[in-house]
Design a protein around this ligand. Structure first.
Ligand SMILES: NC(=O)c1ccc[n+]([C@@H]2O[C@H](COP(=O)([O-])OP(=O)(O)OC[C@H]3O[C@@H](n4cnc5c(N)ncnc54)[C@H](OP(=O)(O)O)[C@@H]3O)[C@@H](O)[C@H]2O)c1
Length: 158
């Protein structure tokens, strides 16, 4: 199963000038819970923002300019190459950024999306989820100074 995991503002922004343009305590809890022990796939620009492979999971980096190979990080040159490496895994997480989400969206079986309850400026967006293809299977609102809602969408099987 291929899952996209993302946090967006109310206006679908995911990034601004190479960074995530918010810091909300607790908002990344679901990312950590879901991806620990699994494989995440990410583009080079998102990887550079974090600066290192995240602990306790495997990272597949997509890049034609970098080649990082460590015990828990592999680099490939395309998304299909990444999918080939994880074809025997139950669930793999595509973790951004904009370019990689756009490429992976047609293959997504599931989308875990956190919607921050605020309009935020940015220059990288998540593609709109087409509700002809996806159904909402989970919703949990977390109230706080800046509230957010965890949603899960699953691709409708035809
Ligand atoms: N809100 C969230 O949940 C979230 C999550 C992740 C990231 N972000 C944000 O997203 C932004 C980054 O997104 P982005 O779209 O600019 O970049 P990106 O998708 O993170 O990385 C793009 C890079 O990945 C490589 N790549 C992607 N597709 C490829 C392909 N098919 N073949 C070869 N290489 C490929 C290329 O690297 P090379 O140039 O090295 O070849 C490309 O320049 C940042 O602002 C980040 O903070 C937000």
């Amino acid at each position: 199963m291929i899952s996209l995991i993302v946090a967006v503002s109310k206006n679908n922004v995911i990034g601004n000038n190479g960074k995530i343009p918010w810091k909300i305590t607790g908002e990344q809890r679901r990312f950590k819970e879901l991806t620990t022990g699994k494989t995440i796939i990410m583009g080079r620009k998102s990887f550079e923002e974090i600066g290192r492979p995240l602990p306790n999971r495997k990272t597949i980096l997509i890049s034609n300019t970098q080649n990082i190979a460590t015990e828990n990080c592999t680099t490939v040159k395309s998304l299909p190459e990444a999918f080939e490496l994880v074809k025997n895994e139950d669930e793999v997480f595509v973790a951004g950024g904009g370019q990689v989400y756009n490429e992976a969206y047609p293959y997504a079986d599931r989308i875990y999306i956190t919607v921050i309850d605020k309009i935020i400026n940015g220059n990288v967006y998540f593609p709109p989820i087409n509700l002809d293809d996806f159904i909402k299977i989970y919703e949990e609102r977390i109230d706080g100074d800046v509230s957010y809602t965890y949603y899960t969408y699953e691709r409708i099987k035809r």
